[in-house]
Write a protein that binds this ligand. Structure first.
Ligand code: GDG
Length: 740
């Protein structure tokens, strides 16, 4: 079932084009590339053609490099019935550093949990940036309104942000086909690289992964790398909300399922049966790669032969390894080791009539592949790490004539969906051997039950459902962005504010400090105001019509230092102290300090229990700051601290727990920023009231002001303020205009 798409044209950006060009006497001939992504998009393109109502332009645009980098391929060679092709041209040297280097010598091993195989090289990183910007250059030449730009995989992680910079409104989805590792692995990347990768991906509107685990790993890395807030998979970047979610890639189920009964496949099956002599068939097919667990699979099979001699001569393992990257030393070595291990096992167990392993180093035709899937009694798919693994799903789809059993590694993304398979740890040779035995001995009813459930699931969430789910969620994210952006100050609103300001004879401006005038720093004392901002405040406060009030949670001393010589009123400690102009400080309420004896020891305990947190003690309040701690761990401790403190203060009805930006504070509830503002307004008439702030403590201020006030919250959070601005710089620009 295909939905209508909410866009007009699909533009795919992936490392390589979907076909290889081979030189013939008549020119170049295109041969489709094997691989998960190409299989998926090709199925989608065939589906688009069959349902040409779906898109206004049913041809998918595909942007990628062609493998014949050193040759001068004539443009007409790229003409293709399925795609409008846009080749990206990079030099072979750049490609070696970018693709061979950064992508395959660093990201591939690292993201597949082989850090010792990872090569860290500054030239690789530079090439990665350069190559990503080449893709960006090509893309921006052709992008039109109504396009959906779908960027794929680890080769192009910087591209979403690059496009966003050039075309801020673009609709961009990013999908990662390989695992996203845990922060402990990701942090092995140099800080600069990991920051640019995370920010690069966050240029998209929607970021998709195969599994919930990878999504959570990414979110954790976002929090640790950028400090952005994340609520229910929505990342609050300074400019927009970005969603990260799991979209387990599917297969074109019907294509595989139905192929099993097609004439050519039936003929292939006949050929295979002739060779099998009633032996049970165990089958695997993978690209040559260390992540696929090929040597450990052979070890598991050898253990099976050792432990279950009754199966000698009755079962045979057909291991197909598809040539890949075998010009690289590591892969060459792996191939040699596989071949010598196969030789050793066959040498040890073969008889005149039986060879336990049939090893093939080649790629199979589609018909051969489907025939082998269908005829085999066991699909032995045991990668050490795999983003998804489409072979496992294809195997399940092809169980028609001979119902088989899937043995699947728990390290494959597919294991999250195919839990009726025999799930094993690929490094545990005994578990693998026992699973092979169990699969071969399994009763038909059990095989049927297991298969039926898996077939139902993967036929429902197939490659089309996957793609459309991704498209729809991207557009839902776009809608969400629009919903919150209506409150953003645009040009029209900003000129209205300026007009209202200029018209007024008396004005009062309430300005919060941290997160509003000054960005957060690692420690509060480091967040000092810069000269430009002071100049703006000076200009505003020197205007006779203006009264400028700094409304902060900071203590008196700090504010006095930051605003020395500036003609402003100060509200310190959320309104505990007020200083009107040059007058002395007034205390709004004296809570004494005795209450602190109960609160301080508890907060101190939480400083020891959560690394990176610290206490700020003020006259009227105590604050626990957790901005420098691991955000998930701090959230856990925050809940506990809130509970512990509530118990202490619940009988002190006049005390409250206040939550600001990565800070929890205990203070008396008898004063707040709103009440302080009211004290300053004190029934005077102002023609223009401005209030700006960035966190929950400023909401008291926004709520206390009359409806006519112009209130602005910095950041994307919903607020009582009338407007939001994305960040401090936008606010300072507005203040500067007012000050002129
Ligand atoms: C990445 C991730 C993720 C393989 N050999 C032959 C052949 N194939 C086809 C299979 C299947 C595809 O290639 C392999 O897909 P995988 O999922 O196993 O892996 P990768 O392509 O390396 O790709 C992976 C995938 O992206 C999708 O997101 O699952 O985890 O690493 O479709 O059928 N096809 C033919 N002959 C072969 O010899 N005809």
């Amino acid at each position: 079932m295909v939905n209508e798409t909410p866009f007009e044209r699909l533009v795919i950006a992936a490392y390589r084009l979907p076909f290889k060009l081979t030189k013939t006497k008549k020119g170049y001939k295109a041969v489709q590339n094997s691989g998960g992504l190409v299989s998926a998009i090709l199925a989608l393109s065939e589906n688009f053609k069959a349902n040409n109502k779906v898109l206004k332009n049913s041809k998918i645009v595909w942007v990628g490099i062609n493998d014949n980098l050193a040759e001068n391929v004539p443009p007409e060679s790229f003409e293709n019935e399925n795609f409008d092709i846009l080749p990206v041209t990079i030099t072979p040297t750049l490609n070696d550093l970018f693709y061979g280097g950064f992508c395959n010598d660093l990201i591939w091993p690292l993201f597949h949990y082989f850090p010792s195989y990872s090569v860290f090289n500054n030239d690789y990183y530079k090439a990665y940036q350069e190559a990503n910007s080449k893709y960006c250059e090509e893309l921006i030449k052709i992008i039109q309104p109504g396009d959906f730009i779908w960027i794929h995989d680890y080769q192009l992680m910087l591209l979403p942000e690059m496009i966003r910079e050039k075309i801020p409104d673009a609709t961009i989805g990013f999908f990662l086909h390989i695992p996203f590792p845990s922060f402990e692995i990701f942090r092995l990347l140099p800080r600069r690289w990991r920051e640019s990768i995370v920010k690069g991906m966050l240029g998209a509107d929607l970021i998709g992964f195969h599994t919930h685990d990878y999504t959570q790993h990414f979110i954790k890395c976002v929090k640790r790398t950028t400090g952005f807030e994340v609520h229910q998979n929505i990342i609050y970047t300074p400019n927009k909300r970005v969603k990260a979610d799991a979209f387990p890639i599917g297969i074109d189920y019907d294509k595989f399922h139905d192929a099993c009964l097609k004439e050519h496949v039936l003929a292939e099956k006949q050929k295979i049966k002739l060779h099998l002599a009633r032996q049970k068939l165990i089958f695997s097919v993978d690209r040559l790669d260390y992540s696929k667990g090929l040597l450990l699979r052979l070890k598991g099979y050898e253990t099976f032969l050792e432990k279950f001699p009754s199966w000698h001569s009755k079962a045979v393992f057909n291991m197909v390894v598809v040539p890949s990257r075998d010009n690289i030393e590591k892969y060459k070595k792996l191939k040699k080791e596989i071949e010598s291990t196969v030789g050793r096992i066959n040498g040890k167990y073969s008889s005149l009539a039986w060879r336990p392993i049939i090893y093939q180093y080649k790629s199979l035709s589609f018909n051969e592949l489907v025939a082998l899937y269908d005829l085999s009694d066991v699909g032995l798919i045991t990668p050490l790490r795999d983003g998804m693994n489409l072979v496992a799903k294809e195997y399940v789809a092809c169980q028609i004539e001979n119902k088989g059993v899937l043995i699947l590694s728990e390290m494959a993304g597919a294991a999250a969906e195919l839990n009726e398979a025999l799930i094993i740890n690929p490094a545990d040779n005994i578990e693998m051997a026992e699973a092979i035995f169990k699969a071969l001995e399994m009763k038909p009813e059990e095989k049927h039950t297991r298969l039926e459930r898996m077939q139902n699931r993967i036929s429902n969430y197939n490659v089309f459902t996957w793609a459309f789910d991704f498209f729809n969620q991207t557009f839902d994210t776009k809608k969400l962005q629009k919903l919150v952006s209506v409150r953003f100050i645009n040009k029209a609103i900003s000129s209205q504010i300026v007009t209202d300001y200029r018209k007024a004879d008396r004005r009062i401006l309430f300005l919060d400090y941290d997160g509003t005038l000054v960005p957060f720093a690692k420690f509060p004392e480091l967040a000092t105001i810069n000269e430009n901002t002071v100049e703006i405040i000076k200009k505003l406060s020197n205007d006779d019509k203006n009264q400028v009030v700094i409304v902060s949670g900071r203590d008196k001393k700090f504010l006095e230092m930051q605003f020395a010589g500036v003609n402003v009123s100060l509200v310190a400690e959320h309104g505990y102290y007020i200083r009107k102009g040059v007058a002395d400080w007034e205390v709004t309420i004296n809570t004494g300090e005795q209450w602190k004896e109960a609160v301080l020891p508890i907060m101190n305990e939480y400083v020891s229990r959560c690394n990176g947190t610290f206490i700020e003690e003020k006259t009227g309040s105590i604050a626990w700051h957790y901005r420098n701690a691991d955000s998930d761990f701090a959230q856990l401790r925050l809940h506990e601290l809130r509970d512990d403190l509530s118990e202490i203060i619940h009988h002190k009805t006049d005390f409250e727990i206040l939550e600001g930006h990565k800070v929890l504070e205990v203070k008396s509830g008898k004063y707040d920023k709103g009440q302080a503002a009211n004290a300053l307004l004190s029934n005077q008439k102002f023609g223009f009231i401005l209030a700006v702030g960035d966190d929950k403590t400023d909401e008291f201020l926004f709520k206390a002001l009359p409806d006519s006030a112009c209130s602005i919250r910095v950041g994307l959070n919903p607020s009582f303020a009338r407007y939001n601005v994305t960040d401090i710089s936008v606010l300072l620009e507005l203040l500067e205009v007012l000050a002129e």
